[in-house]
Design a protein around this ligand. Structure first.
Ligand code: FAD
Length: 576
């Protein structure tokens, strides 16, 4: 083994500091370029196992369909350009294989020559990312792919070129699985998406995810919910119930695992999530070694617990931040909300912070608000429906999380809500946000303001709501369910057991349900709010069904999907 210092050849008396960065993409390359901007004299070495640095991993699925037509548009930098512009020594097809913390060296293997070199460092930054999970049982020669690097993409494109009419199977209904399935279908490849459990996008609450599954199916993606993969063979995928799905190509998009083996072998602290433990300056348990990106365990913005959040924004920003720390100008990094967005075959799905499910798991009492606004003023052409959900701490009224699904305007709403959470805003204060308005962009009372009004009414006790999943218990306890929608809206469907009394007739007919608790619902919750106020003034014990008929319908659909998935699981157990 050859031992060198990258500074050996420099004829200087004061040895410049050497920073070695392992992993040359989002986190690693952000760190490298920022560090150079802060320090012209430092030696910066970037070691990258794959054949490219600084490529656009988030854009990779879109070359599959040709939406991003030129593969080279995804290669944002080359080692040559990095050397010329930043004087960064970027070594592709080089793998860091061991760290000697006492000697402060990292052993790097040139994957083409096999030669191993030991590089001395002053600071080491681990930005090794996260590795895609794969099915356990894969037949030798099976056409199984993962999508993480440009090398992976090149292999996939070669496989697709010879696919003919054979179908594809994507295993995993998270963000990357959905993007892959969508782009395969756009390419004309018949595609089945296999997903454990009863919903896609497991981070969402079920009533928000159910319309996404139906939308994907409507766009030609065959869904196998509630199924797991038993075996990937050369020409098919075998599911846990014995079903065989023919497949000329198979993608594992089953989530990722922090690639923390190098750190663990070096004796660095690894957290229970499998990520490297870092402080808010990205320092590991060794003060000379830092870590950023998907390989790290982050602090959750809501409760400070340890979590993973494999997202490009965090990796890029933390890469920049660690350079600041190394250069001596750092400040503590903010904890992670996990704000994410995906184009699910034309439907935008976004979330930030905690879901209602996560809050329940953590034992946090919450208030929940659903709304179904139009993306912009209904009278201006092109307004599109969306569903919003807000999860709010019941005691403090602080916003804990939000979810949004729709075709237009979802991205800006989720970003406003992520900003609101990050600043510790109370939900009721959303009402006061002054947001840009013209009819083609929003509403004079933006959907964000409307969430604030609803949340304020709940916080003050002016309004009381129940959730879609609480309705059956209310009715079993003897409550009466009133449907106050306009007659023209009834064709969308009815909630079983509801009595239809439009708001305008309530003053005359309210004695019909005297002495009984009333659950009132309209289409989205607003008309029911008016009805509930009226009934309250007339002396009734009344609650509003949050999100109205639309949220209830999505909730019922979620139940149907979950039940179908569960029954398939039972069948699978029998078949197995
Ligand atoms: P990576 O970008 O994965 O880089 C780590 C690099 O380290 C890898 O290239 C690897 O080859 C290298 N490496 C690992 N070990 C070694 C070693 N021992 N020696 C040398 N090199 C090593 N996030 C979003 O927020 N939005 C999106 O739309 C989105 N879309 C995505 C689509 C796809 C297909 C993928 C794969 C990811 C997507 N992500 C998205 C996630 C995002 O890309 C990651 O969160 C981000 O790239 C993490 O950056 P990182 O630097 O931690 O790791």
């Amino acid at each position: 083994m050859h031992q060198t210092s990258p500074t050996e050849a420099r004829p200087t008396t004061a040895r410049p500091r050497v920073t070695v960065i392992v992993g040359g993409v989002a986190g690693g390359m952000s760190a490298a370029t920022r560090l150079r901007r802060l320090d012209e004299h430092r030696v910066i070495v970037v070691v990258e196992r794959s054949g490219a640095v600084s490529f656009a991993n988030c854009g990779l699925p879109y070359h599959v369909s040709g939406v991003i037509a030129d593969r080279d548009d995804l290669a944002l930098q080359t080692p040559e350009k990095l050397a010329a512009r930043f004087r960064i020594d970027a070594r592709v097809r080089h793998e860091a294989i061991a760290v000697d913390r006492a000697a402060k060296t990292v052993d790097v293997r040139d994957l083409e020559s096999g030669r191993v070199e030991s590089i001395a460092y002053d600071e080491l930054v681990l930005a090794t990312g996260a590795a895609p999970r794969r099915p356990a049982d894969v037949e030798h020669g099976a056409p199984l792919h993962v999508l993480r690097t440009l090398d992976d993409l090149d292999e996939i494109m070669a496989g697709l070129a010879s696919l003919g009419d054979a179908p594809a199977v994507v295993v995993g209904g998270g963000y990357i699985g959905i993007e892959l399935a969508d782009n395969l279908v756009r390419r004309g490849v018949a595609t089945t998406l296999v997903q454990r459990g009863g919903q896609v996008l497991g981070g969402l609450d079920p009533e928000m995810a159910a319309p996404v599954a139906d939308h994907l199916a409507g766009r030609g993606i065959e869904l196998e919910l509630g199924r797991d993969v038993r075996r990937v063979a050369r020409d098919h995928v075998e599911l846990d119930d014995g079903t065989r799905l023919p497949a000329g190509v198979v993608f594992a998009a089953m989530g990722v695992t922090p690639e923390s083996g190098l750190a663990a072998d070096a004796g660095l602290a690894i957290g229970p999530t499998g990520g490297i433990v870092v402080d808010d300056a990205h320092r590991t348990s060794d003060p000379s070694i830092f870590a950023v990106g998907d390989v790290t365990e982050l602090r959750d913005a809501i409760d400070g617990s340890s979590r993973l959040a494999p997202l490009a924004g965090l990796a890029n920003r933390h890469g920049r931040a660690v350079a600041d720390v190394i250069a001596g100008v750092g400040r503590p990094t903010a904890p992670a909300l996990g704000t994410a967005i995906v184009d699910a075959a034309g439907l935008t799905v976004a979330s930030t912070g905690w879901s209602e499910r996560r809050a329940a798991e953590r034992g946090r009492a919450v208030r929940v608000v659903h709304s179904h606004p139009a993306s912009h003023a209904g009278y201006y052409p092109g307004a599109a429906p969306m569903s919003l959900k807000l999860v709010v701490d019941a005691e403090s009224d602080r916003i804990l999380g939000a979810q949004a699904v729709g075709t237009d305007g979802v991205d800006k709403r989720i970003d406003v809500l992520a900003t609101a959470i990050a600043t510790g805003m109370r939900a009721a204060d959303l009402a006061d946000l002054e947001l840009a308005y013209a009819p083609q962009f929003g509403h004079a009372k933006d959907p964000i303001n409307q969430l604030g009004y609803i949340a304020g009414n709940l916080a003050s006790g002016e309004d009381r709501v129940i959730q879609w999943h609480e309705l059956e218990a209310e009715l079993a306890d003897g409550a009466v369910l009133l449907d106050v929608r306009a007659e023209s809206q009834l064709s969308e469907g009815r909630i079983p057991g509801a009595t239809w009394i439009p708001v305008e007739s309530l003053r005359d007919r309210h004695p019909e349900f005297a002495g009984r608790r009333v659950v009132v619902h309209c289409r989205v919750g607003q008309g029911a709010h008016t009805a509930a106020r009226l009934l309250d003034r007339l002396g009734h014990d009344v609650v509003n069904l949050d999100g109205g008929f639309l949220t209830w319908r999505d909730g019922m659909r979620a139940r149907e999907l979950a039940a179908a998935a569960a029954s398939r699981l039972d069948d699978g157990d029998l078949a197995a």
